[in-house]
Structure formats: structure tokens, C-alpha cells
Design a protein around this ligand. Structure first.
Ligand SMILES: Cc1ncc(COP(=O)(O)OP(=O)(O)O)c(N)n1
Ligand SMILES: Cc1nc(C(=O)O)sc1CCOP(=O)(O)O
Ligand SMILES: [Mg+2]
Length: 209
């Protein structure tokens, strides 16, 4: 994993936003609030807009010294020199991403509610694993349900950072950190807040390992 990359704290994932200036305004707010990782995720944008937005976020996150992870697309991560990529079940293999990005970049893998997926991802060289959804999520209403016990098991049996995702708020996130999560991945509870910077600050003030 990249020498300066630590997957811990508030892991802010961008909302689907077509307006790049507005996206940058919002992400600056989460960075000012103390987000420790930013993931660029935009399910609505075409390839050109994704390239533009990922490149702009690369510049912004460097200003704050915060790692940028690109969702789904190792090629885009390479194009913009992001710090890594996040892969779900249909986003390609760890081996292919590693071959493209090299040893210094971060590869995160979605493991949903399945510990065996995480063991296999780590065996293949994943740098962190993500579990979810812990709570109902408006972004992914049909996500499978994960439990804090899964985090406890992963904490006992894995040696990579563990990310929790899905419907996480400042109120329910503490339980996940106590169960073993290193980072809380959040879209709505920060980006849909009336005051994004304050919402991020409240997440940043939780107790992380
Ligand atoms: C940190 C983190 N965890 C999980 C996901 C979900 O990935 P995936 O299942 O591929 O779904 P999409 O986000 O691509 O819709 C994630 N992006 N980040
Ligand atoms: C993108 C994503 N993946 C999930 C999973 O369970 O793998 S839940 C989710 C949505 C996260 O958004 P919010 O913080 O608004 O619930
Ligand atoms: Mg994906």
C-alpha cells in the first residue's frame, strides 16, 4: 500500500453530481471538516465527465494531503494518478488492478456481508476490505445487510484495514468502530447535510483506532 496512505477515519464517498464546480465545493467542505479519505464515485457521469471530475479531485485532495480512491475503474485511477481504486464484485479482479496500478497503490474490495470474500480478497493482495450495508441506505436500498459481528470476526482474522459502509450516521457509526471498523464510508450523512463541513467534523471527532 502507498507509503503515505492510511485507511482510517471518515472515508467520504462523493454523491452523483454532474456539476464539477459544485462537486469540488462539497468535497472541499468534507476535507475542511476532517475527512481522511475521499472516494470519487459517480454513477451518472459519462467517461469524459468522470475524467474531468477525478482529475479535479486529484488536485483538491493533494492540497489537503488526503488520499483519493477512484470507484470501479482502475484505468481512471491510473489516468489521474489517484492513490487507488475500489472494486466491487463486478469491477474486475485485484490481480488486474494490481498489474495496472503497481504495488504502491491502494486496492480496496467490497465484501458485502461475506467474510470469505474478504479472506480471498486479502489473499489476492487487497489493501483494505469493506463490509456493508450496516444500516438502510437510500443510495443502495437493495444492499444486503451486514452485522457488527462480522466486523468483530474480520478484526480478529484479518490484518488489513476494515471499512464499514451503508446508512452510516454519526449516531450509529460509533458502534461499528467499537466492533472493529477502522474507517466509516459515508455518502448521505455528510453530503446531504445542511452543513457539510460540520457533518464531516462530527464524524472526524469519533474515536477511530
Ligand atoms: C468503501 C466502499 N465500500 C463499498 C463500496 C461499494 O462498491 P460496489 O459494491 O462496487 O458498489 P458501487 O459503489 O460501485 O455501486 C464502495 N464503493 N466503497
Ligand atoms: C455505495 C454503497 N455500497 C454499499 C454496500 O453495502 O456495499 S452501501 C452504499 C451506499 C452508501 O451511501 P450512504 O452512506 O448514503 O448510505
Ligand atoms: Mg463498484
Amino acid at each position: 500500500m502507498g507509503l503515505n496512505v492510511r485507511i482510517s477515519g471518515l472515508y467520504a464517498i462523493t454523491p452523483d453530481e454532474r456539476d464539477t464546480a459544485e462537486l469540488l465545493r462539497k468535497v472541499r467542505q468534507v476535507l475542511l471538516g476532517g475527512a481522511q479519505v475521499v472516494q470519487y464515485r459517480n454513477k451518472l457521469a459519462d467517461a469524459q465527465l468522470r475524467f474531468e471530475q477525478a482529475g479535479a479531485l486529484r488536485v483538491l485532495t493533494r492540497e489537503f494531503g488526503v488520499p483519493l480512491i477512484v470507484n470501479d475503474d482502475a484505468g481512471l485511477a491510473k489516468q489521474v494518478d489517484a492513490d487507488g481504486v475500489h472494486l466491487g464484485g463486478t469491477d474486475g479482479s485485484v490481480a488486474a488492478a494490481r498489474a495496472l496500478l503497481g504495488a504502491a497503490k491502494v486496492i480496496g474490495v467490497s465484501c458485502y456481508n461475506r467474510a470469505p470474500l474478504a479472506f480471498e480478497a486479502v489473499r489476492q493482495g487487497a489493501d483494505y476490505v469493506a463490509f456493508g450495508a450496516f444500516f438502510p441506505s437510500g443510495v443502495k436500498p437493495d444492499a444486503v445487510k451486514a452485522t457488527p459481528e462480522l466486523l468483530q470476526q474480520a478484526r480478529r482474522e484479518l490484518n488489513v484495514p476494515i471499512v464499514a459502509i451503508g446508512g452510516i450516521t454519526v449516531q450509529n457509526g460509533a458502534e461499528l468502530l467499537e466492533a472493529g471498523a477502522d474507517a466509516l464510508a459515508v455518502i448521505s450523512a455528510v453530503f446531504a447535510a445542511a452543513d457539510i463541513q460540520d457533518a464531516a467534523r462530527q464524524f472526524a471527532e469519533l474515536k477511530y483506532p
